[in-house]
Design a binder for this molecule. Sequence first.
Ligand SMILES: O=C1O[C@H](COP(=O)(O)O)[C@@H](O)[C@H](O)[C@H]1O
Length: 256
Amino acid sequence: MSEASVIVHADPELLAPAVAARLVIRLIDAQATRGVASVVLTGGRIASAVYSAVATSPGRDAVDWSRVDFWWGDERFLPAGDPQRNDTQARAALLDSLPLDPERVHAMPASDGPDGDDPEAAAARYARVLHEVARPGSEALPRFDVLMLGVGEEGHVASVFPESPAARETRPVTAVLGSPKPPPTRISLTLPAINTAEEVWLVATGADKAGAVGMALSESGPARVPAGGVRGVGRTLWLLDGAAAAQVPQRMRSPR
Ligand SMILES: O=C1O[C@H](COP(=O)(O)O)[C@@H](O)[C@H](O)[C@H]1O
């Protein structure tokens, strides 16, 4: 497990294109090494800004998008196409403009999908899809080159909320019932699944995230502050704007 690195850009207008450029390079590198690349997408406001920035990034067409696997770290369990769904937002901001292989776009099931309005069955279905694509000989999960996460005001990541059953779940995918943030029903990768990613990037902006970021980077336990419990195997990057980084000590910030 990697130590956390913290990179601060002044504001969201600088952070979004910087993260987008970083993602484009990371995918190009992964394809140069392995022929394919994989990314786990997240939801939320800064994530959508990053996806829009990828869509207009100068390096965008250097990625072979038909050889990128897209996964989601969590999903709001709503009908397909609902504007609140994380995949709907990612498609609108980026995916719809890319020459993708639709077989490689692994959205989490919707509440009007094959399992109907049964989030437990939908979570189990997503776990099976992950398992089917996993590396031969590996356990339950495929390789994730980059796994992106937003951070909630109270320290949630994906749909793992503080002191919730999901924060202690050991299976890779879980249904989330009674989420404190609407909508109440969700599907999420769990902390052990997130922590199999090669790189985990936590992206946060705004003063309302500063307390959660500060606590996650201190000694708070993962059940209390799930964002503090995520680590990439090779790299853990906190990508913040100045307001979200307000409680991060200077000594923890990477020089730029
Ligand atoms: O509900 C969710 O919220 C977080 C953070 O969203 P933001 O708008 O405050 O940035 C997001 O990362 C997560 O994927 C999503 O389902």
